[in-house]
Design a protein around this ligand. Sequence first.
Ligand SMILES: [Zn+2]
Length: 273
Amino acid sequence: MVPVVAMSMIVAAGPVAAQSAQAVQKAPEPGVQVRKPTLLLVPESMVNQTAAQQYVQLKQQASAARRLLGPDAPQARRVRAIAQRLIPQGVRFNEKARAWAWEVNVIDAPTVNAFCMPGGKIVVFTGIMDKLQLSDDELAAIVGHEIGHALLEHGRARMSETVLKNAGINLASAYFGLSHAGSTALASAAQLAVTLPYSRSHETDSDLVGIELAARAGYDPRAAVNVWKKMGAVSGGQPPQILSTHPAHGTRIRDLEAAMPQVMPLYEKARKG
Ligand SMILES: [Zn+2]
């Protein structure tokens, strides 16, 4: 369900008089409309905890290979500064994100990729910044899109699907007790959650969330269109890795352009700030 709708339902539960007064005074909230997945069998705490463990492992591996940028490295500072402006805007899409232990790290590797694991664990590879020659607006579009997946709990949805597929619906409840076999299966499901392609609807919704976060944070949301054009252009030979998890669809750029009127007023407002 769309968060805006959920909020207005809470309002509607109040006294009737207050409700109608609000209805008269309140203009529809600006911004995009997105769907949240309904198949969320695996508890959020378990998903976030599993993702956090994998994030620690990834950081350790990168660090051992001397590829994890320190907090003062210019590219790490740049990505962190952008993420710090985007993250507070996400609460509109997921109230629980307020309590997440957000982390932002940059890994020095030529991979053209970036992701945000469940619970707000962000990784950007220097390859995507260097090879796409990203402006701040464009980098905000990518990080915003990745944050969108986390806010809309797409990883949790994919883990739930994987657990169901592997175990069958009758056994799914066993996972919530976290037997040894259950936790192992969940860990492999988490792995898949960052390596499997997102569905088309997940991509579309994260695109929408991404441009709204960018706009509200004062980044030009129109840069998102350019990012995906660049992504197509850079692919001469081997397609960027990010496209294997974020499949581009023919209407992506058209859909982004069509959504601009919903977010441009937010951007103008943020710029006047
Ligand atoms: Zn995506």
